[in-house]
Design a protein around this ligand. Structure first.
Ligand code: PAF
Length: 282
């Protein structure tokens, strides 16, 4: 399995592959790989001649230093998981020094307002950090296609915007949310849940499913009140926010407009672990 740590080396290697007419799929990750990540990698392997997976816990997208410190790092297991999927996968495992050229700061982006909604309100500077690292990774890898999970739906829309703004020809492929058997959306953070919080956490998706049942019968206000109340009554889980937003502009909505596509977006604290999920109402 080929593992590169320096951008100079991986760029050179990939440039040769592309000049020989190969397509390149790219899955950016922060490691601690789970079946959700692997489903993105499988899509990439299906669609492309070669696939690259990056593993880098990006410091500039964390607004909470403790979250950054505690973010799971399981490099050896990650490599094993990728190897068992396909030993031909190319891994990029840089350190911050190499990828940031010694200056670990975010660029400022204007994503047309997408960055100010929901996660943007609750995690200061988060999308500048994501934009910065994804732009750098795209410049290094120059993939044909890049794969992003719909669990981070706002991130996905922002990456589509980034690619449009930079006018680069990378096809962004969304991949649907991968869930545990009990419905909990797969996330690297799940491995930090203690048993009692892990047992409680599927309540998040159960609540989202109920909002989907309510979608055609109830107003948005009623649905939001239902979610708020459900978590107020829950002994362990704390709701940070629940919003219903138009998929395109991510603006929270109070009124359904025919023809528009809506999603419910939720963030919940299980102890000090922040869990995120969403559901489509169509
Ligand atoms: O979704 C993630 O894991 C990260 O935000 C990403 C896209 C790898 C950038 O660090």
């Amino acid at each position: 399995m080929k593992v590169f740590q320096r951008k100079k080396d991986i760029s050179k290697y990939l440039q040769k592959l592309k000049s020989e007419g190969n397509s390149l799929g790219f899955v950016p990750t922060m490691g601690a790989l789970h079946a959700g990540h692997l489903s993105l990698v499988k899509e990439s392997l299906k669609d492309n001649d070669h696939s690259v997976v990056s593993i880098f816990v990006n410091p500039t997208q964390f607004d909470n230093p403790d979250d950054l410190k505690k973010y799971p790092r399981t490099y050896k297991e990650d490599l094993d998981a990728l190897k068992s999927l396909d030993p031909e996968i190319i891994v990029y495992y840089p350190d911050a020094e190499d990828i940031y050229d010694g200056k670990i700061v975010s660029e400022r982006f204007d994503f047309g307002g997408l960055e100010h909604e929901m996660e943007g309100k609750h995690r200061q500077g988060h999308f500048d950090g994501v934009g910065t690292i994804v732009k750098k990774l795209f410049e290094i890898i120059k993939p044909t296609r890049a794969y992003f999970g719909e669990k981070d739906f706002q991130q996905l829309q922002i990456i589509k915007k980034l690619v449009a703004q930079l006018q680069i020809s990378i096809e962004i492929i969304p991949v649907s949310i991968h869930r545990e058997k009990d419905g909990l959306a797969m996330s690297s953070r799940n491995m930090r849940l203690t048993e009692k919080y892990r047992t409680a956490a599927p309540f998040i998706y159960k609540t989202l499913l109920k909002t989907k049942e309510m979608w055609n019968k109830n107003s948005i206000e009623e649905i939001k009140t239902f979610v708020k109340k459900s978590f107020e009554e829950h002994p362990l889980l704390e709701l940070e926010y629940f919003e219903i937003a138009d998929e395109k502009n991510l603006k929270p909505t109070i009124e359904k407009i025919n023809g528009n596509k809506y999603r419910g977006f939720i963030v919940v604290y299980a102890g000090d672990i922040r869990l995120i999920d969403n559901i489509a109402y169509y």
